[in-house]
Ligand binder design. Sequence first.
Ligand SMILES: [Zn+2]
Length: 297
Amino acid sequence: MPSIAKGEERLILFESPDDFRFRVGYQEDLSLPKGHSFTIIGGYRFKKVNWLRCGVSSCKTLHGNGYVIRSADALETNIGHCCGQTILGAEWKAMFERFETRRKEEALQDVLARVLGTRDATLKQAETALHSLEAAAGTVRRIVTALECYGPLKRAFRDCLKQRGSLAYFRATTADEREMFRGQTSVRETKGHIDGWHAAAVDSNWLARELRFRVIVPLAEIQPDVLRGLPFRALEQRLRDFSSMASIVQMAEVYVEDAAKLSKPLNWHKFELYCDASKVQMDHQGYKALRTLAGTA
Ligand SMILES: [Zn+2]
């Protein structure tokens, strides 16, 4: 981004009034003659305990949000937005726009530095995730295939996925219960939870594509100097693409963890109990499929 020269001072986020009170040029009381040029060098947003008076002689309003401005002859004071508009008018507008542009540019530079600084680590993490994802997707496919070969199991499992892995079903109420709950005919029973259910609900091919084309390829192709030289808008767009990378990698890592949980025998033992209790019509083929999943076949 060409508009910030190398070695130029960064804007300052003042954390307390003392951060600017003790600066060399600071004036607690400064008159602002029209036509003089000022620059906003930073801003502040203080809690009530740190509120202070506006530094402009003709104002002196107590406030918590404001800016520190510097004149051409290096005198500084603090000022609120309204005061700036009232006293400096069009000049304030121009100063403020410059300040806002600078603030955005600095934020973008920080993001860019972070992206470049973490690039190798993120790339390695994404490649590892992609590699583990392929194996994990194989595990999930094996489970889903075993379930799909038998209609009632497939339906029961789909129901569990819809209930976010919860092994819950409705059974008819007993005569006593109907009496107690005023004729209610069914009651919800919970038989546990399928851990890692999320993996079965996620499209692993889509996830692999996201990892490959939205993380690994763009990171591998980064040219730092080209990025640094991009105009503001273009850089903003590129950095927006980078901002979703961490969450894509994280999604893949969660998938791998979920697939490991999903393949645990205990899951399938619980699922078998659920099928028994919920009267899924199972014959030996269904039980055989479940024993395959539980690893007890
Ligand atoms: Zn003021």
